[in-house]
Design a protein around this ligand. Structure first.
Ligand SMILES: Cc1ncc(COP(=O)(O)O)c(C=O)c1O
Length: 292
């Protein structure tokens, strides 16, 4: 918390902090892999972009934030062989209660680190079950999902509703009935060897993992497009998967109780999973080489 490293229970945010009062904060979740912060620059780019959308410049520099994260990982006892979960939160700060804010508030910076519970391959192969929930993703015109802010009630409630329906995660539609994303992950479908993922215009968070997956597909000659996806497209898909920073790629093996494809990881999802894991390993090896 603001450079002071403590046990989680001793890390306290003031009650008048606007992140606490209003969700007036931005954040990132990063994957710490073999000592490296995977796609760190993409995450810092997005943190700043989220800030801009909230009329909020991030006061700390990228170097300061990266150093705070590494120091917290070390203090948390993460070993170079471990995988870490890193949550970086920047709140607008605390001040008099009221929605209007002073531009000069002192931002609070919180770094939360824990060991990542990345699913092993056997678990990845089994995939997850999703529910297409009734709750719509927040409209781009109201609160653009492209900003990663402390306001996650839309996603939290969708997840609760998916769990009540016996699923592991929710897929959410926008007001036009198009597929957007899962509650903390982007979604992709594979049909006849081609990958499709909803475009940013559908109202999604532009995932860092998504950016890398699209680049890896292009390199590997897998046709990949960003295009409108409907629930019918999901029904007709050969394979579906979701992606996010710490969990990586997870196949969706059923939607609303209906099996997707063979009901387990499909061949193209496996290939993209392998490409993605190899890219992260290479990035970590490069970072270790560069700092040696
Ligand atoms: C709503 C939402 N969509 C997508 C993602 C995936 O983004 P990334 O790949 O950068 O982790 C996240 C990550 O937390 C998210 O919260």
């Amino acid at each position: 918390m603001n450079g002071r490293i403590t046990a989680p229970e001793d890390a306290v945010v003031p009650a008048l902090d606007r992140g606490f009062l209003y969700g007036d904060s931005v954040y990132e979740v990063l994957w710490w892999h073999r000592g490296a912060l995977i796609q760190a620059e993409d995450h810092f780019d997005r943190l700043e972009e989220s800030g801009r959308r909230l009329y909020m410049d991030i006061h700390a520099s990228r170097d300061e934030l990266a150093a705070a994260i590494q120091a917290t990982c070390t203090a948390a006892g993460l070993l170079p062989t471990d995988d870490g979960y890193v949550r970086l939160v920047v709140t607008r700060g605390g001040g008099p209660i009221g929605l209007a804010f002073d531009e000069n508030l002192k931002q609070n910076v919180v770094v939360v680190v824990k060991e990542a519970d990345r699913p092993p391959l056997e678990e990845v192969e089994q995939g997850i079950r999703a529910a297409l929930v009734e709750r719509r993703r927040t409209s781009k015109d109201a609160l653009d999902p492209g900003a990663k802010t402390g306001n996650y009630l839309n996603n939290l409630l969708a997840l609760k509703e998916a769990r009540l329906a016996g699923a592991d995660d929710a897929l959410m539609l926008n007001a036009k009935g198009e597929v957007t994303e899962a509650t903390t992950a982007n979604v992709y479908l594979l049909k006849d060897g081609r990958l499709t993922t909803p475009p940013v215009e559908a109202g999604i968070l532009k995932g860092t993992t998504r950016t890398r997956i699209l680049a890896l597909c292009a390199e590997a000659g897998i046709e990949a497009t960003e295009a409108r996806v409907t629930p019918k497209d999901l029904e007709a898909a050969d394979e579906i998967f979701i992606s996010s920073s710490v969990r990586g790629i997870l196949p969706v093996v059923a939607i609303d109780g209906q099996a997707v494809g063979e009901g387990r990881i499909g061949p193209l999802t496996r290939r993209i999973y392998e490409l993605f894991e190899a890219a992260a390993d290479a990035e970590a090896a490069d970072a270790a080489g560069g700092s040696a």
